[in-house]
Design a protein around this ligand. Structure first.
Ligand SMILES: NC(=O)c1ccc[n+]([C@@H]2O[C@H](COP(=O)([O-])OP(=O)(O)OC[C@H]3O[C@@H](n4cnc5c(N)ncnc54)[C@H](O)[C@@H]3O)[C@@H](O)[C@H]2O)c1
Ligand SMILES: O=C(O)[C@H](O)COP(=O)(O)O
Length: 326
């Protein structure tokens, strides 16, 4: 019987789709050793936790590693390709959830929601109201989007049409600019934006993109929102900037170390919102990601290629391993 290993439980609709195709096993733990052992006899692995590169060495039946979501950084794509394993993801289907989270944190930071709510509960009405004078509207401000893909475009659309923000973005290839979006270089974007949203993938190019130097160029009231991946930001520099009130605040959904340790310096700031990598997770997006991943798995098990194949260079090697495959 075919084994589909998922690092996490899937949405019930996805589980139901896979029921006839094989045995769905949920990983018993997420450490490298357990995942490697449990992938050894798997045909498919559905991924929401980082896979170790050597997982592929002993997984002789493994046909595909399928990301439940957009970011490919949890799959060592080179190692998978070398082993003849297909890599796929489910792009765009959580973009709306992430964009709504971005706008929610932009509003929460601008309106000082955390301290108002906290002080109302702890110190009473007047203490809660005290923060209101230093809050601001979003309308008319500039939001700078780094990574104008599915998430970035959804953020830009809501920001421009829903909140009357001016939208600027970096781009590497997208032309012409979407409606109401202006293109800037990354340096101009960090200098000119009141709100900076990071929604690029983690790559060698984006690792450390928000460097000490770029944090130093931000406006003193700038808000930094990171829904990309933790290592895109220089944590030490950001913590220092927050300590010195060099920027207005930050909303961080992703971190260089996940889970974020309970005593992390980010928890010490009133003007930081920290969430545990959940911007893309809602009832709706979990259903779409799960169904998308299950669809890709069913295609592969039916000897077809996944729709969102991310390592097409693997095909020849893959077909040598599974002569009927694809
Ligand atoms: N926090 C969450 O829950 C969550 C959910 C979804 C996605 N994400 C993260 O957001 C990323 C983007 O998701 P998406 O669905 O928009 O993907 P996408 O592939 O549609 O868009 C990524 C965009 O980033 C651009 N890009 C790549 N390198 C860049 C660079 N150096 N500078 C500027 N732009 C660059 C690409 O050209 C593309 O337009 C994912 O890779 C993932 O890391 C996080
Ligand atoms: O890359 C993504 O799409 C997000 O991080 C969500 O992925 P998840 O399925 O791991 O929550």
């Amino acid at each position: 019987m075919r084994k589909i290993l998922s690092t996490h439980p899937l949405h019930p609709r996805a589980t139901a789709m896979l029921a006839g195709a094989g045995r769905l096993a949920i990983a018993s733990a997420l450490d490298a050793r357990t995942l490697t052992a449990e992938a050894r006899d798997a045909d498919i692995v559905i991924v929401r936790a980082p896979l170790p590169p050597d997982l592929f060495d002993g997984a002789k039946d493994l046909r595909a590693a399928i990301r439940h979501g957009a970011g490919l950084d949890m799959i060592p794509v080179e190692a998978a390709t070398a082993a003849g394993v297909l890599v796929a993801n489910v792009p765009a289907v959580n973009a709306r959830s992430v964009a709504e989270h971005v706008m929610f944190t932009a509003l929460a930071l601008s309106r000082r929601f955390r301290v108002m709510d906290r002080d109302l509960r702890a110190k009473g009405w007047l203490a809660g109201r005290e923060h209101a004078n230093s809050t601001s509207e979003l309308a008319g401000k500039t939001i700078g989007i780094v990574g104008l893909g599915a998430v970035g475009q959804a953020v830009g659309h809501i920001a421009a049409h829903g909140f009357d923000l001016n939208v600027v973005a970096t781009t590497r290839s997208l032309r012409p600019a979407p409606e109401r979006v202006g293109f800037l270089s990354i340096d101009a974007l960090v200098e000119q934006s009141d709100i900076i949203v990071l929604c690029c993938p983690l790559t060698e190019e984006t690792r450390g993109l928000i460097s000490r130097e770029r944090i130093g160029r931000m406006k003193p009231h700038a808000l930094l929102i990171n829904v990309s991946r933790g290592p895109v930001v220089d944590d030490e520099a950001l913590i220092e900037a927050l300590r010195k009130s060099r920027i207005g605040g930050a909303a961080l959904d992703v971190f260089s170390t996940q889970p974020l340790p309970p005593n992390h310096p980010y928890f010490g700031f009133d003007n930081v919102i920290a969430t545990p990598h959940l911007a893309g997770i809602t009832e709706e997006s979990m259903m779409r990601m799960g169904v998308g991943a299950a669809n890709e798995a069913l295609l592969v098990l039916a000897n077809k290629l996944p729709v969102n194949l991310r390592n097409p260079e693997v095909i020849e090697h893959y077909r040598r391993r599974f002569p009927a495959g694809g």
